[in-house]
Design a protein around this ligand. Structure first.
Ligand code: DCP
Ligand code: CA
Ligand code: CA
Length: 347
């Protein structure tokens, strides 16, 4: 069987780059796109920042006031998120990307997997040319740069795209997969967040190479069958997931800031009841049902937590929605010590 050729295209500092495109005079300045909570002038978190701002340590998720401190007297520009505009740009770029793929899968607003195996007849040389052509087209038509990773599967392509940014192009040949992955920190792998990274550290696992050498049975004992196996396979760059078009699944969500930080279930539920009503109204308006319910909480330390539950059968009942939201928050609050700042509901 011929090896696959998979690309991951990720747009550089996407929201901030969209803002630069709209107003080119921003380009030389630190640009910070913010999600203002509305509670007080500078409360909220950074959505993303351009690379000028990143040089000063401004990254996604940090509090706005902290970003302001880091960028004091740096002529920085702070802008509120404008999702509609970014969606519009994203849609046009996805159209370009799709036109170059045998199989296409958008993941999130600013990245997509392209299976180009047939298009390039399995040749990495041709894949490289295609990637350059895609970059040029996106640049010419939409004035944006992106970073592209190419590998024999989605996992390797994704890690490769992250290696060199912005405007990067990284190609990993099948025979290079192990040597490419092994020196990288485990946190480069999807699914290895802060907590898992710490857990692995206590086991003496820091790099993907360490993970590859670790006994798979032990990993399964520690992380469970599913995750343990995944971590092992990921560490050796093995991944058979197909690039596939996402179905017509979409989500409707509402999020809102609480009057004060709290972990009082009653206060939270008062707020989420309104949100449930709004989400439900939207469902009714569009004649849709839901099959899965999620909650999200932005905590006092700005970390974002979410929980969800999938139903056996789709429904459109408001009472079911409220009941599950209540269950999820009850359970969530019993598992976390922090206070919530913003809460949201999603179907
Ligand atoms: N985003 C956000 N909050 C986060 C992470 C991301 O609002 N904690 C939004 C803003 C980003 C967009 O999603 O522009 C895409 O996220 P990426 O992780 O791809 O980050 P960027 O595109 O901003 O930067 P990079 O150049 O590192 O890809
Ligand atoms: Ca990006
Ligand atoms: Ca991305």
């Amino acid at each position: 069987m011929q090896a696959r050729v998979i690309m991951l295209v990720d747009l550089d500092y996407f929201f901030a780059q969209c803002e630069e495109r709209r107003n080119p005079s921003l380009r030389e300045k630190p640009v910070v796109v913010c999600v203002y909570s509305g509670r007080s002038e500078d409360s909220g978190a950074v959505s993303t920042a351009n690379y000028v701002a990143r040089k000063y340590g401004v990254t996604s998720g940090i509090p706005i006031f902290l970003a302001k401190k880091k960028l004091k007297e740096k002529d920085a520009v702070f802008l509120p998120v404008d999702h509609e505009f970014y969606e519009e740009v994203s849609e046009k770029i996805m159209k370009i990307l799709r036109s170059h793929a045998d199989l296409f899968e958008q993941v999130g607003i600013d990245e997509a997997y392209l299976d180009v195996s047939q298009k390039v007849k399995g040749s990495l040389e041709e894949a490289k040319e295609l990637a350059q052509k895609i970059k040029e087209e996106v640049k010419a038509q939409q004035k944006l740069t992106c970073s592209i990773g190419i590998g024999p599967n989605k996992l390797v392509a994704k890690v490769a795209a992250d290696i060199q940014k912005p405007d990067g192009l990284t190609i990993v040949k099948p025979e290079q997969v192990e040597s490419f992955l092994s020196p990288l920190p485990v946190s480069r792998l999807i699914g290895v967040g802060r907590k898992t990274k710490k857990r692995m550290q206590t086991l003496g696992i820091r790099t993907i190479g360490d993970l590859a050498k670790y006994d798979v049975q032990r990993l399964i004992e520690i992380f469970g069958k599913k995750l343990g196996t995944y971590f092992h396979n990921a560490s050796i760059g093995e991944d058979y997931e197909l690039v596939q078009e996402r179905g017509e699944v979409e989500s409707i969500s509402r999020i809102s800031t609480l009057k004060e930080d709290t972990r009082d279930l009653k206060i939270i539920l008062e707020k989420t009841k309104q949100l449930c009503d709004e989400v439900h109204a939207k469902l009714v308006q569009r004649e849709l049902g839901f099959k899965s319910v999620g909650i999200v909480a932005v905590m006092t330390d700005m970390s974002v937590r979410s929980r969800s539950k999938t139903l056996e059968n789709p429904t459109n009942e408001l009472e079911v929605l409220k009941k599950i939201v209540k269950e999820l928050f009850e359970k969530f609050l019993s598992e976390s010590e922090l206070e919530a700042r913003r809460v949201g509901v999603k179907v």
